[in-house]
Design a protein around this ligand. Sequence first.
Ligand SMILES: Cc1ncc(COP(=O)(O)O)c(C=O)c1O
Length: 443
Amino acid sequence: MPKIITDLPGPRSREILEMAEQYEPRSMGDQMPVVWDHAEGCVVTDVDGNEYLDWCSGVNVTNVGHCHPYYVEQVKAQCEKLFNCYDFVTQPRAELARKLVEITPDHLDKAFLVTTGSDATEAAIRMARRVSPGYEVIGFDGAFHGRTLGAAGAGGMGGTKRGYGPLPPGFLQAPFPYVYRAPICKGKSEEECAQACLEYLDWVVEQESEGRLCAVITESYQGGAGGIIPPKSWMVGLERWCRERGLIFILDEVQSSFGRTGKMFFMEHWDLKPDLVCLGKGLGSGIPCSAVVGTSEIMDALPPGSMGSTNGGNPISSTAALTAIEIMEREGLAENAARMGELFEARFLQMQETTPQLGDVRVMGLMGGLEFVEDPGTREPAPELTRQVIWEAFQRGLMCIAPIGLYSNVIRVAPPLVITEEQANEGLDIFEEAVAAAVKASA
Ligand SMILES: Cc1ncc(COP(=O)(O)O)c(C=O)c1O
């Protein structure tokens, strides 16, 4: 349970924040003014000894809870043995590849290990281009696949793309069924919006393609854009659309995997069969680790040595990921996420009834996107109110990351998957108070 013992930010936090401000670029982050010191399970302690309930999980990373004792023990043991051996095979790496193949759909039979989510999405795009006679990749408005140039090119968030000059050519962009806000969805039901977005794909191809299509890449739910869950019919229709055209279907599950949405993988909800799946974040559950899992038909088309990386699949990361998966399976964390997610959703919907500024509530397992608006009628984004809610929550001992969403008006709810019912209720009570205080302050 949270325990706030100083004014926030506390004195030690302030000192370190000043140092960071002096020596780090301001582009590093935009979080609440606090310096994390250590964390356990769902509780974060700052350098002044204040304790907070965590709704961040780093950023959807520490799915097994902070510093899970078994995870720490296994990683420590590996640290005494071997850190890096480039792309020589190690037992943890081979075992992790086997495990990833075992727990993903049957048609996926190879796993390639890298370090960050961007590495994984870049690698998937490179593989698709290498194996296909075409090179054009279709991505979606609002998508986030990382900040490297290829990943940004495939993405569709203005903030990630704008101001950096031309990104690599060969990317086409199509509308994503953001039912609450996308212009193409205005006045339409979920199903109509899904249908309109699917139909628009052919239009994009007709107008923009050179006839050299290769792949389609999409996030499962869009994370950075605000936790936007597409209608099932759109995703299933998109997969079919790819199949009908012989295109490679790449699913970016960097954020949505490893129990986050209430199943080990998002693709299990709708029985999706992507050709390549990108994983990251919760895979390592703290130690950087990412992967592309795919069909050998695609992955083995690349010659030996063409896709290695310095730290990809290193024994520490591989051990961390193997251990995290073991914990998730043993402790039933995906099931806990599904159960707790229902509790979160019910409370948020209840809050929405009395808080018109809570324009849209999107929850799937322990992934929540709460979109704040000035007025539910106009749906004008309310970024200041959103930030104020996060500030009020922080002051009361609930840690949320800075606003997300295309208009910085969405609060991300992503506690570690080990959260208990008691912690969930406590956090929700604080959040409710924070919303009320922020609304009052903005009135
Ligand atoms: C869906 C998705 N893909 C890719 C990435 C990029 O991952 P990383 O920041 O580890 O490069 C992210 C990060 O937020 C993500 O959410």
